[in-house]
Write a protein that binds this ligand. Structure first.
Ligand SMILES: *Cc1c(COP(=O)(O)O)cnc(C)c1O
Length: 415
């Protein structure tokens, strides 16, 4: 493997907002009762005003606050690697780079937005933040971010992951937050699910309902979401903006960008800054979002207005969805077990500007093992999806003896 660093002076100081460049702007979220677009006052019980402004912003660049930039320095800029070991094994006409977000305090991309969200909450006097977590990455990231700003934090963790990953609970507790297995009997939403199915393994949709239900009851408590929303995708663009600089040093521009998609934030974070060149007509880059075949909202879901959570507490979002009551199988890629996809990714897919692929769990694990042996990083089950896709494409190119393709993929470490 070959590592490409970034000088401190090259670190991006702004996030990129793709809304400014989208040919078809995203449709507005709707109030489920009135079916009218939601206003800031609908969202203010849950989010600080600055994040609501970012949610509806059409400004191309949004400045990263100094204090957020300071905390980013703990793990940013993140390294970009050339996957020379994997390239050798594949023996195909490909050059593969991967942006490695595994060195962050939680071990994934999630702190990029957790720190920003905790910062804006602190600015507006919020004392406590409640959230959900799937595989535990988001809960860890937010508990770390809240510790940085002296904010209390409660986390509702999807039960199947809570049982699979007890060490995640320890990490979250270490950062000072409380963790509850979801569905829990602490909320009406949780109790309703347990009454129907006492052994429910939980889902992100259910855990979101529990967190929202509690946050909405207290004026000093807010809610935070780890993916899906526009402001979350915005914060993650630091990944792609750094990668763009690093590839500039390497003298390359990717032909294909691949990332796993749960709600869409790591995919958007890596891909959107490159997609900008395509929207401007200067590149033909393919951006491929990879989902598990067991939760195939992009490839088999419908584009329609649907709730972001199971109980129906959120506004209606225009997105590709399997329905908010969809019960994903208890696979290992906990971060990808979400019934919908972000509004921005959904609109771009509908407009043919990005692509989607759905892969089986076993193929993804095999790809992860191959990658681990070749590169010395054991990838997370979610990241395995991106690796499996690049391996598929490489094998296809080898058969057709194509011109060399340059790939950029997203990777984080297991846990
Ligand atoms: C949360 C998570 C995902 C999926 O969520 P996105 O918002 O689609 O990024 C993927 N991989 C890891 C490691 C995660 O923690």
């Amino acid at each position: 493997m070959k590592k490409i660093f970034l000088n401190e002076s090259d670190i991006p100081r702004e996030w990129y907002n793709i809304v400014a460049d989208m040919p078809n702007k995203p449709l507005p979220p709707l109030n489920p009762l009135t079916k009218q677009p939601v206003g800031p006052e609908d969202l203010s019980p849950l989010f600080p005003m600055e994040l609501i402004k970012q949610e509806v912003s059409a400004e191309r660049y949004i400045e990263i606050p100094d204090q957020v930039q300071e905390i980013y320095k703990i793990w940013r800029p993140s390294p970009l690697y050339r996957a020379t070991g994997l390239e050798k094994l594949l023996n195909a006409p490909v050059k593969i780079y991967y942006k490695y977000e595994g060195g962050s305090p939680s071990g994934s991309h999630k702190p990029n937005t957790a720190v920003a969200q905790a910062y804006y909450n602190k600015q507006e006097g919020v004392k406590k933040i409640i959230t959900e977590t799937g595989a535990g990455q988001w809960g860890t990231a937010l508990s770390f971010a809240c510790a940085q700003f002296g904010i209390e934090c409660d986390v509702y963790m999807v039960k199947v992951s809570y049982n699979q990953k007890p060490y995640r609970k320890i990490l979250i507790n270490t950062f000072g937050a409380q963790v509850y297995a979801s569905p829990s009997n602490r909320t009406q939403a949780g109790r309703n699910i347990l009454a129907q199915d006492p052994d429910s393994p939980g889902s992100l949709g259910i855990a979101i309902s529990e967190a929202i239900e509690i946050a909405a009851q207290d004026e000093h408590t807010k809610y935070a979401l780890g993916s899906v929303l526009n402001h979350v995708l915005l914060h993650q663009t630091i990944i792609g903006r750094e990668a763009e600089k690093q590839l500039e040093y390497a003298g390359d521009f990717p032909d294909v960008i691949i990332a796993p998609l749960g709600g869409g934030s790591n995919f958007a974070g890596l891909a959107f800054p490159f997609l900008k060149h395509k929207l401007e007509g200067n590149s033909n880059v393919r951006c491929v979002a990879v989902e598990p075949a067991s939760c195939p909202k992009l490839t088999r879901g419908k584009f329609m207005y649907d709730f972001g959570d199971t109980a129906g507490y959120t506004p209606l979002l225009p997105m590709y969805t399997l329905g908010h009551n969809f019960k994903p199988a208890a696979t290992h890629a906990g971060g990808l077990r979400y019934h919908g996809a972000s509004v921005l990714c959904s609109q771009l897919l509908k407009d043919g500007l990005i692509e989607a692929s759905a892969l089986q769990q076993l193929e993804c694990f095999e790809a992860g093992v191959l990658f681990a042996k070749a590169e010395g990083i054991v990838p997370a089950p979610e990241a395995n999806h991106a690796i499996a896709q690049v391996i598929r494409e490489a094998k296809g190119l080898r058969k057709k003896a194509c011109k060399k393709q340059y790939y950029l993929i997203y990777v984080v470490m297991a846990l």
